[in-house]
Design a protein around this ligand. Structure first.
Ligand code: HT7
Ligand code: ZN
Length: 885
């Protein structure tokens, strides 16, 4: 097992100027002929060996140098790669022929088949599964790709760049030739061949060029690509308007495939997508699906500049392209929909999931220092926290300053493979600012803790905010320690803030010795302890801090009362913080209920009810009403509950849900009535329509908790009469939550029969059953593995069934360990099929230190059992071994 380390980076000793690839696709064997123009990238006095990465499944057939077969003693082949011991001095031509079996490739990296069609996935290190190559992103070459295949089986043959040739070949075969004019690393290479239908549109760029946009799917699905196509056109326009970035080729292709390890891939001009992120019609996709499609289509398109034109020097720099591109797709979605709603959703995800990662055995900085398998570092930390770090630049520099930095970044680095330091330098230089205080965000893992104490002096009308970057506990560490990083330095935390007067008005801000700042300021907290004194404050204000969640930190405001929170809820001008006030109240309530239940062995026994939340619901309106009654995720609560009992926490949630449903029943029924769609109303994916459906369905979910037969009847009626998938699946989920009675099995069967031919819809059906909290459901989930709707070689199927199951507190965390044992079995079974998918399943275990002693022991036992298994993949080994440390 080899570990790569950031500190070991050295430039490649050779470069590949151009490569000609010839793919001879076959039923079982595919031959790949690669011809590379190699250039020395070392001192003339040296003759270093040339190492080309390879992989076990690639069989070397021939090696030639400058047209001559290379004698066997001049090279060495191992499963890890091919070494040319003494390459010629100066430039030379290297030809390598390999044989592959794409139909047997269940790892879904390199070249594989999905539904009989050929496709590729090369990021991060999959190109070496196709041919021997310098598989590292700082080797950027020009590609020409010839693809030859049986014409009947593969009428469509695609690769990157422009189509420059095509024709017939012997034996009923045909070919195409593609030329990509832009240099690229091999991880952006793509090939697709098969029987596909296509839908075409055009986009005229800001400089008047016409770009053909094509989306390819299987024939059955081609009627479901309109939304993705519109999303693509909107992304192209948005990038021109917001960042001045224009598309650079005359063709942009998207291909949808069913078997795909992740969401999508930004291969130059030939994006490949998991079909669940392309195909959508109102009857098969939910509002959530539409939102994700828009975001991911945007994300992959935006990579054309942030990732492709400017790429990463090495994989440690992954956040350079991913954090930045997530930031860009979040901004795009915010502009297309409701900005405040999007921000709340993004922050919830970050705090519920990324903060957990930062607190667990896999914690790493957004720029990791080492890895065994790079695939394990496509994480919430690199992506989502990475995007928050980009947001820090925006908070510090303002939108205009941020744009200046982006412009300089492209001006300096177009066509290069660069580092996060280069990005920071471009931002700093474009604005004449010293941003070195931001650098620590790249190298330190963990979520900083920021505590704030406030003091008002009526005598001199000053208001002081004292910030401490500190964690609780005796050691007074600036940040909680993470694996390998016991101590931390302070970081730059931009705190966007305002002060609210007792009447709810905004206090004009003036820092001691400074100018008037208006009603909002961004304080730069850079020290372990730092204070800011505001002058001319007439009455003790309520502070509104970290507006818009201006930094990814845990913030505690000392002495913050429920009254303060209700004041913010009523008056804050920042919509995020208004929502946050209600959210903090809900967290306090749930933690109090949990603590009481733990003490008394009785949930809700001390008369704690949902009064605070009832107030919250009454005071929030519009798009936020659905959020106002959303209870915080368990993972957000566990941060402050040591050795949590997940089932007790679940019971607290159920109790509170019933309480709220009972106390708010008239309001919830009104919300359903007021937000119901009118008969015959067309589905629209707009912020307003989504907000209405979200509130209605949230309200129905609460009403379901009442266990009232009348409600169940209504849900069944809604389920049968639903005219869109959002309402249909929500009614089914609510029936499940209502216990469903005898109606649930029939509804599930009806749903299956209705959607039997639609694998994407059946993913929802699998996830819903897998996540059920009916005790003993593990047996049903095991049975579902044998159902025709489930395919163990399909990642989506596994994510729905297994990760759906891991989300059930009652069954995954069953006290007898049966849920853990099941997931242990799943990891071991999947590791023989697909290492990446298997290692994602291990994530169910990595939070084990959050739970009570018995559960910790049971989870650890499963990790140990996995660890003790022979022939474990590097992917699974890396996560399991770190977890057990
Ligand atoms: N850049 C893409 C990453 C990706 C990937 C990584 C490892 C294994 C499979 C993968 N498929 C796609 C996705 C993105 O961020 O756009
Ligand atoms: Zn990406």
């Amino acid at each position: 097992t080899l570990r790569a380390a950031l500190q070991d980076y050295t430039p490649p000793p050779y470069l590949i100027d151009s490569v000609h690839l010839n793919f001879l696709l076959g039923d079982t064997v595919t031959r790949v002929e690669s011809c590379m123009q190699v250039l020395p990238n070392h001192a003339a006095s040296e003759r270093p060996p040339l190492f080309l990465h390879g992989c076990e499944d690639v069989k070397l057939v021939a090696v030639k140098v400058n047209g001559e077969s290379l004698p066997v003693e001049q090279y060495e082949v191992e499963s890890s790669g091919l070494t040319l011991k003494t390459p010629p001095a100066g430039a030379f031509e290297l030809e390598v022929h390999t044989d592959l079996h794409p139909d047997q490739n269940t790892s879904l990296e390199g070249l594989y088949t999905s539904g009989g069609n050929f496709c590729t996935q090369c990021e991060a290190e999959g190109f070496r599964g196709i041919t021997f190559f310098m598989d590292r992103p700082d080797v950027m070459a020009k590609y020409t790709t010839r693809i030859e295949a049986d014409k009947a089986a593969c009428p469509v043959l695609l690769s990157n760049g422009n189509l420059v040739g095509s024709g017939e070949a012997e034996g009923g075969r045909h070919f195409t030739v593609w030329e990509d004019p832009f240099r690229k690393p091999c991880y952006l290479f793509a090939l697709v061949a098969g029987d596909l239908c296509m839908k075409e549109d055009t986009f005229t760029t800001c400089s008047g060029r016409s770009v053909a946009l094509r989306i390819f799917t299987r024939a059955h699905d081609i009627g479901r690509v309109d939304f993705a196509m519109q999303s693509l056109k909107r992304s192209m326009k948005w990038d021109e308007e917001v960042f001045g970035l224009e598309y650079d080729l005359d063709l942009f292709n998207i291909v949808a495939v069913d078997d795909f390890n992740m969401g999508a891939m930004e291969n130059k001009s030939l994006n490949i997508f998991n079909s669940r992120l392309v195909l959508a019609t109102p009857d098969t996709a939910t509002d959530g699906d539409f939102g994700r499609i828009e975001g991911v289509v945007g994300h992959e398109y935006f990579h054309n500049w942030t990732g492709n034109r400017v790429t990463c020097r090495d994989w440690f720099q992954l956040t350079l392209k991913e954090g930045l591109t997530v930031y860009r797709d979040q901004e795009f979605s915010a502009d297309m929909n409701s900005r405040p709603v999007r921000r709340v959703e993004d922050v919830c995800r970050l705090r519920a999931a990324q903060f957990q990662e930062d607190n667990g055995p896999m914690a790493h900085p957004i720029r990791p220092e080492s890895y065994i398998k790079m695939d394990n570092f496509y994480t919430l930390t690199v992506y989502e926290k990475g995007a928050e770090v980009i947001r820090l630049y925006e908070a510090v520099l303002g939108k205009a300053g941020f744009r200046k930095g982006m412009d300089l970044y492209f001006q300096r680095h177009d066509g290069q493979a660069v580092t996060c330091d280069d990005f920071l330098a471009a931002m700093a230089d474009a604005n004449g600012e010293d941003l070195s205080a931001l650098a620590k965000w790249y190298s330190q893992a963990g979520t900083p803790r920021l505590s704030v104490a406030a003091e008002y002096s009526p005598a001199d009308k000053t208001y002081t905010l004292r910030f401490k970057q500190a964690s609780c506990g005796a050691r007074r560490l600036l940040l909680p320690p993470t694996p390998g990083q016991p101590t931390k330095d302070p970081v730059l935390i931009p705190v966007r803030m305002g002060l609210l007067a007792p009447d709810g008005g905004e206090v004009p801000l003036k820092l001691r010795g400074g100018e008037m700042l208006g009603s909002e300021a961004v304080l730069r907290v850079t020290k372990a302890e730092q204070e800011f004194v505001f002058e001319g404050v007439e009455q003790a204000p309520v502070p509104s801090l970290l507006r818009g969640f201006s930094a990814p930190v845990h913030m505690t405001v000392e002495g913050q009362s429920d009254e303060d929170l209700l004041h913010l809820l009523a008056h804050d001008t920042d919509s995020f913080n208004r929502w946050e006030a209600g959210h903090v109240l809900a967290k306090k309530l749930m933690r109090a209920l949990y603590a009481a239940a733990k003490d008394s062995n009785e949930v809700g026994g001390r008369g704690l009810g949902g009064t605070g939340m009832v107030c919250v619901y009454a005071r929030v309106d519009g798009a936020f009403k659905a959020f106002a009654i959303s209870l915080p995720e368990n993972s957000e609560l566990m941060d402050k509950i040591p050795e949590a009992d997940p089932i007790l926490l679940h019971e607290v949630r159920e109790f509170l849900t019933r309480q709220l449903a009972a106390r708010l029943r008239p309001e919830l029924e009104a919300a359903v009535a007021e937000n119901d769609s009118a008969p015959g109303e067309q589905y629209e994916f707009t912020a307003a329509a989504c907000a209405r459906r979200a509130l209605k369905n949230k309200a129905l979910g609460y009403l379901a908790a009442l266990g009232d037969p009348g409600v169940t009847e209504q849900l069944l009626h809604r389920f049968r009469g639903a005219t869109n998938m959002t309402d249909e699946i929500n009614a089914l989920a609510a029936l499940d939550r209502a216990g469903g009675g005898s109606a649930l099995p029939a509804a599930l069967t009806g749903f299956y029969q209705k959607w039997e031919q639609e694998p994407l819809v059946l993913l929802k059906w699998l996830a819903l059953q897998a996540g059920s909290n009916v005790a003993g459901n593990v047996a049903a989930v095991r049975r579902l593995m044998a159902h025709p709707a489930f395919h163990i070689t399909n990642p989506n199927s596994c994510y729905s069934l297994f990760l759906g199951f891991a989300r059930s507190p009652v069954n995954f965390h069953a006290a007898d360990g049966s849920g853990y044992e099941f997931m242990g079995d799943v990891v071991l079974q999947l590791d023989k099929i697909n290492h990446q998918v298997a290692s994602r399943m291990v994530s169910a275990f990595t939070t084990f230190k959050n739970y009570d002693q018995q559960r910790q022991a049971l989870m650890r036992a499963q990790l140990q059992r996995i660890m003790d298994t022979e022939g474990l993949s590097d992917n699974v080994f890396e996560i399991v071994s770190k977890s057990l440390k």
